[in-house]
Design a protein around this ligand. Sequence first.
Ligand SMILES: Cc1cc2nc3c(=O)[nH]c(=O)nc-3n(C[C@H](O)[C@H](O)[C@H](O)COP(=O)(O)O)c2cc1C
Length: 188
Amino acid sequence: MNDTLKTIYERRAVRKYQSQPVDSTLIEQIIDAGRMAPTAMNRQEWKFYVLTDQKMIEALSPGIVKIAGKFLHWAHGSDRSNSGDIIFHGAPVVIFITGPANSEWAAMDIGMCSQNIMLAAKSLGLDTCPIGLVKFLAKTEKFESLHIPGSEKIYIAIALGYGAEKPKVHERKRDNLRLITHFETHAL
Ligand SMILES: Cc1cc2nc3c(=O)[nH]c(=O)nc-3n(C[C@H](O)[C@H](O)[C@H](O)COP(=O)(O)O)c2cc1C
């Protein structure tokens, strides 16, 4: 297996982190890998907000927990709450990725960007977890502290740090591949 494939297969959603900070040059390198993702019509309409203050990260969680409510039932399951903070999992860095609120392609672009970020992080010895629950952040009191303009929407956040757990691989469904061998034609 080559290094790229190895990184793809080794990436896991990690929900427990060491307190060790992440060097800013590494963070920049990881975000730059995100920027190399493809975007529809090469628009590159994303912004990255990086939070490295552990106290600030943790302070964002209670508001999300309050609003997310019923979506959090899974957070108390076996592999979902390995640290005290069930939203950001105790990560020392969180990268919020925003884009235009009413964009047809932003979610797709930012999805690809996020995967680049997570794979780049893994290749550098770091771990990540994508945090979709940040979609509730804009409705919380603490949102203002991030200084994200109202025209932007947070599509995802990536928790980043040195992992303190090695989660098992979730077995992948493999009955989802169809080979198209010929086109059927229908008479009008
Ligand atoms: C769009 C998206 C949103 C996610 N949101 C969360 C989240 O809010 N909290 C969390 O702990 N994990 C979240 N995850 C991680 C998934 O639960 C995880 O990727 C999945 O269980 C597969 O595990 P693996 O990444 O280790 O292969 C999210 C993943 C994706 C792709």
